[in-house]
Design a protein around this ligand. Structure first.
Ligand code: C2E
Ligand code: CA
Ligand code: CA
Ligand code: CA
Length: 279
């Protein structure tokens, strides 16, 4: 490198280099992670905000790397998407979540819906629907308890194709959630164009809602609109009682967040399901 000691560029170069090395490390190890069975799903309860009862679980992927310990999605999902590895990983996630739903059902636990995050890269693949169908058939899970979480970007480029996939998923009986709602671009027209059942308000809006500020006004408008359109509205990132009270006052029916529980391994989730959440 041209840079020498004391030169700002040195830090810039070093930083870029570190990032490139990091990316390379992640990509090469991600390739082996599936076979080495290093992925695990954690489950975070979706809660009825009035009753405190659990209505569902969001499956959230973790990578238990033999070299790095527990790695969280923000550190590897983008690499998995760019390399295409998200496709087999996503298929594993779907299969594992459905298999887990069956285990809970067989164990006599109350049946709840399971929310599964679908990457735009997976959603756009021609074989996406076939994969969903075969896993549903293979596991015998009742599709009405499956909630697919997609983001606007899945619907942006080819909206006709997107709409037709969503209609087929609906025909199979699945629920469709629009994730990170409000962070994208044309949210409002999407509600008209696509068969969306659920709006998930991104946690960035929930973080500092307290009557009066802009985030509060936006959240209030989204809840009002969702309720009027008869959609389920789920607020993400509920961390404290002030946020809970605010959401309840606006008649937001469901939420999830650290106030109720962090995402936890399947066994711990089963315990929450049978014992209930104590705040
Ligand atoms: P997301 O779908 O918006 O998921 C919610 C994220 O917020 C999760 O982060 C969750 O752990 C976190 N969270 C939940 N409650 C709270 C709270 O009260 N406060 C705060 N600060 N955070 C909270 P996580 O598990 O790190 O996942 C990050 C993102 O990675 C997810 O965002 C989703 O876009 C993606 N992701 C996770 N699992 C999968 C997967 O299986 N497949 C795909 N394609 N993407 C996934
Ligand atoms: Ca999600
Ligand atoms: Ca989000
Ligand atoms: Ca997301």
């Amino acid at each position: 490198a041209k840079a020498h000691s004391g030169d700002n560029y040195q830090f810039f170069d070093k930083d870029m280099n570190t990032r490139a090395v990091e990316r390379h490390f992640i990509e090469s190890h991600l390739r082996q992670a599936l076979e080495a069975q290093e992925f695990v799903l954690h489950y975070q309860p979706l809660v009825n905000l009035r009753s405190g009862l659990i209505t569902g679980a969001e499956a959230l992927l973790r990578w238990n790397s033999s070299e790095r310990g527990l790695v969280f999605p923000p550190d590897f999902i983008a690499v998995a998407e760019d390399s295409g590895l998200i496709v087999p990983i996503g298929r594993w996630v779907f299969l594992e979540a459905c298999t887990q739903a069956r285990r809970w059902l067989n164990a006599g636990l109350q049946q709840i819906s399971i929310a599964i995050n679908i990457s735009t890269v997976e959603f756009r693949r021609r074989d996406f629907l076939a994969g969903v169908r075969s896993i549903i058939e293979g596991t015998g899970v009742d599709p009405k308890f499956l909630q697919l979480e997609i983001t606007e970007s899945a619907l942006m480029q080819d909206s006709k194709a997107g709409a037709s996939i969503l209609r087929e998923l609906k025909a199979l009986g699945l629920q469709i959630a629009l994730d990170d709602f409000g962070t994208g671009y044309s949210s409002l027209s999407y509600l008209k164009q696509f068969p969306i059942d659920i709006l998930k308000i991104d946690k960035s809006f929930v973080q500092d809602i307290n009557g009066g500020n802009e985030d509060g006004i936006i959240v209030s408008a989204v809840i009002g609109m969702g309720n009027s359109l008869k959609k389920r509205v789920i607020a993400e990132g509920v961390e404290n009682v002030a946020q809970l009270d605010f959401l309840n006052a606006l008649q937001c029916e469901e939420g999830q967040g650290y106030l109720f529980s962090r995402p936890v391994p399947a066994d711990a989730f089963a315990a929450l399901l049978s014992d209930g959440i104590s705040q």
